[in-house]
Design a protein around this ligand. Sequence first.
Ligand SMILES: [Cu+2]
Length: 143
Amino acid sequence: MNRIKTAFLFVLAFSFACAASAALPRTPSPEGAKVYIISPADGETVGKTFTVQFGLKGMGVAPAGIELPNTGHHHLLINAKSLPDEGVPMPMSESLKHFGKGQTEVDLTLEPGTHTLQLVLGDYLHIPHQPVVASEQITVVVK
Ligand SMILES: [Cu+2]
């Protein structure tokens, strides 16, 4: 009896290991989908606290956790050197903000100096779409 139990547990553990190592499925983005920063403009000088407005064309905004075709939620990269890994949920940090409630703008406070901003859309699981829907990276000068 114990042997069967052990064999069963082994099979169970093996299936979990397989599921974890398999790549998560990517959500397709429609052709022509575009995310962009409406404001501030590239190169603009802004105050310490300023509003960043998110624009999206060819797709809709849906809160995280809601699986609807051709939708996603915004992620703002602050001073990122590269785009986040494509096959996994985007991490959450001070430099990678999630807008999982479906927000389309944020009041951001940054230290004086030059900063870069970039938007990346994520699916209901926070994974970038395929192909990735990302904005141009813009530069703002905080005075
Ligand atoms: Cu997210």
